[in-house]
Every structure is written in structure tokens, then in C-alpha cells.
Ligand binder design. Sequence first.
Ligand code: 3PG
Length: 418
Amino acid sequence: MASQFRFLTLDDVDLEGRRVLVRVDINSPIGSEGEILDENRIKEASVTLRELANCKAVVMSHQGRPGKSDFVSLEAHAALLEKHVGRPVKFIDDVMGPAARSEISKLKDGEVLLLENTRLYSEETIEAPIEECAKTFLVRKLSPLFQAFIHDAFPAAHRSQPSLVGFAYVLPSLAGRLVEKELRTLNSLMPKLRKPIVYVLGGAKVGDRLEVVETLAKTGFVDKIVVGGLLAPVFLEAKGLKLSNNNVKKDKGFNGYVERARRLLQWREDVFLLPVDVAVEKNGERVDCPVDEIPEGYAIKDVGLETAELIASEVQRAGSVIANGPLGVFEEEEFAKATIRVLKAIADSKSVTIISGGHLTTALRRLNAEDKVTYTSTAGGALLHLLAGRRLPIVDALELGRINAEKLKVLRTNNVGG
Ligand code: 3PG
């Protein structure tokens, strides 16, 4: 079957009996007891693994970032992966050392082995060109053990890190089913986005989201940007408000973020919808207050309910809505209120609606509204980068990996499109 892509998929390559390395993204929200709060990415990753029933499959993923509370072992993920794949999944607490390499070499057809969190190694957290990623220890140690590499980590498709792009430089490589589905669906939705295009941005990854907003500012593919989550205090400061360290944790990147937000506001302030009120936690309770009356001693934990109504009206007027990340501290019911209000407006909208990220997907499921949006993506950053018009590193890597596959003659037919 001819493909719309210039890279290979599982349909194009005969992998029977081969030892394959599968990079998935099962980076999941983790609770205070270390429990996995949402297994959607694990379920989505299992689709490709189920198809590899005649191969020896070794699976790798990252989880969290070093220094953050969700930077944990993948051991608990293995049990959930096993449930969704429907056959045993072994786990080894090693990524590329002798123990991991020995387990990999012993694998038999049909077996699945999950390696430990790739970000245990500092070289995995670099972002570098594909050739440099290919020279890392990780790629040099592991690639000789495999006959093919499958990239199925769509949520991390905007990262150019060794485990994501380095193997494609040296191994025949192809896209897994999740990457194929997400790229196919999003590519077909992009021309259908109608104006006004509204982005609702929340969550905690301020640097990443600023990058997306800066790209949108350059391309102009946006009419309104709703600022929530940890982006909100950054933009409020950029607007001239003085927030205390109790209101928001000002880590070392904060001032730099405020400067970038200030430049964006200078570019076109009318594009941004900033909170007019916020909710703080006072004696264990939610208290909503206007942004110019935020009490100094309390943490901001949500955008206010008046702001939520303004966002809901914006959503009603929109031709397309792209929402990523919760507007407040979603894990706490009181501070999930604005997110829920806005999600309900999105579910009621007749426009093109795209929801992304674990928290919003879980909330949508709880509202029984999964089928009321146009598309739910497993990705946050990758989806935003793609829609903003940036080329994803995954695409370059997979195109290179196709060349390796052609050289090594593992193709099923010569009838590969692109
Ligand atoms: C995500 O959740 O967006 C992906 O897993 C990428 O994670 P990262 O932002 O920590 O690289």
C-alpha cells in the first residue's frame, strides 16, 4: 500500500523474527504516592507492540525530567503495558549496561522487554542534531543488538534527543502505529482549521509553551491565545503586576520568561486573553480575586471563574479551538473548576476542537464528552509545534531511517509511496 508519508510504517517492513527497538512515550502523570494517574499513553503504545507478536521487542521511554517529582522508574509502567499488550512484559532496571544488553540478547520471538527510564543518563536530556545523537553511548551500545528501530513516541516528536532520533541514523527505521495515526489525523485536520483560531494554553511547561507562542507569533496562524496554568503569572508580571514569591514560585528561569512574555505582548497585546481574576488557596479553601487584588501571602492555583466565563465566550465564537494543559492545579478539585468550565464550553462547541495532554483527556473522559471533540491527541508539545508550523525532528529521523531500510533490504515490497 502506498503511503502518504516519505517514511516507512509497519505495513512496509517484514519484521518477523527480528529484534526491534521500539521508542514509545509512556511518560505519564504521577501521583504523590508514585502511582500512575492516567494510563492512556500506555494503552496507545500497546497498539504497535501487539502487532509485533512475532518479533523480539525491546521498549524504551522516558518518564519525567531529572529533578522533578515525576522522574521515576518505569517498573510500574511494565505491569500496565503487559495488561494492554496482552502478553508478558519483562522489566529491567538498566538502560544500556551489561545487564540490559544481556537480557536483550536472550529475548525470544514474541517476548517484550521494557528498559528503565532513558533519562537516567544525562546525555539523553541534550537536544542535538541527529548525527550528534547517533554518536552517544546509548546509540553506540544498543544499536548493534537490533535489526530495526520503530519510532512510536509521538508526544516527544518535537524533541531531538538520542533515544528519539539517534537510532534512525544507523538502523532501518519506521514509524509505529501511534505516530502514523497522529500525523495522519493532524495533517488532515490542519487544512480544516477555521478562523478565528483560539489556543487555550495551560500546564506547567512554561519554556516550551513560550516557544510555541513565539512560533505562532511569527507564522500568524492564530487569532487568540488564552493564557492559563503557570504561563498566567508570567504574563501577569509582564503586564506590570508585582506578584509575591508566595503567589508563584519564581525559579531561576522566571525573569527570563517574563521578558519573553513582555516582548510577545509588545508584538500584539490584543491576541492574548490574560486572566482578569485568579483563585488562591486561603486556609485550605478556594478564594477568587481580581488580578490587581491578589493577597500577597497565598498561592495562585487557578484562573478565576470570571476569566473562565470569558474564555468560554471566546470558545463559543471560535472556528477552531486547540487546548493543551489544565488552567489550574487540576489534581485538586477546587482548582480544577476553571478547566472543567472551559472544557464543557469546548465540548458544546460546533467548531474544530483539538484536545491534548493527559489531564484534559482524563477530564474529558470524566465529563463523558470524549466523542464531543474533533480529536484528542496523546501529545502536548509535539502537537502544538506541529500546528504552529514547525517541522518535527521525528520526520527527518524517519526519512533517514527509511534510507537504511532500503539499503538493508528488509522492505516487504518495493511499493512504498512518498
Ligand atoms: C510530553 O509529555 O510532552 C512528552 O513526554 C515530552 O516530555 P518532555 O517535555 O519532558 O520532553
